[in-house]
Write a protein that binds this ligand. Structure first.
Ligand code: ATP
Ligand code: MG
Ligand code: MG
Length: 135
């Protein structure tokens, strides 16, 4: 049923649960799987050479998180995207024509009492397709 699944991964415990679900669904449905990890932009008022140094650091860390995700899900295509996670996830879902988004209810920033993280809330509110939230 699902042909194109998008996994949003932030390295959190819930993100790992989402990765396991995405892997299972990909295999059961014979779907393509895209994995995205978004990193925060570096403010350009920092100027050079700080801007480039911080950007390189952030990109390197983002690639590391993405590699971790790819190791969890098996065959998949991955990309790191700059910007707010929800916006990046929604853009990627649109770009790849995802028919399912898989993510966690919460992530790294999570306050214990909060059931749904802000990024999950935004994605559920605006997604063009069903969203599966791992908890
Ligand atoms: P908040 O960010 O609102 O403080 P939180 O970190 O607990 O709270 P979210 O950020 O909404 O909650 O995380 C929910 C899910 O969103 C994560 O499990 C993950 O699937 C996805 N996600 C969060 N941040 C990113 C990111 N930078 N890149 C890709 N996916 C992300
Ligand atoms: Mg978060
Ligand atoms: Mg956040």
């Amino acid at each position: 049923m699902f042909k194109t699944i998008l996994l949003a991964y932030d390295g959190s415990e819930h993100g790992k649960k989402a990765a396991h679900l995405a892997r299972g669904l990909k295999e059961v449905h014979g779907a393509r799987l895209f994995v995205v990890h978004a990193y925060e932009p570096v403010p350009d008022y920092l100027g050079e050479p700080l801007y480039q140094a911080l950007l390189a650091q952030r990109l390197e860390r983002a690639e590391e998180v993405l590699r971790e995700a790819l190791a969890l899900v098996g065959e998949a295509e991955g990309e790191v995207l700059e910007g707010e996670a929800a916006e990046a996830i929604l853009r990627a879902a649109e770009a790849h024509g995802a028919d399912l988004i898989v993510m966690g209810t919460r992530g790294l920033g999570g306050l214990k009492g909060v059931f749904l993280g802000s990024q999950s809330q935004k994605v559920v509110a605006h997604a063009p397709c069903p969203v599966l939230l791992a908890r």
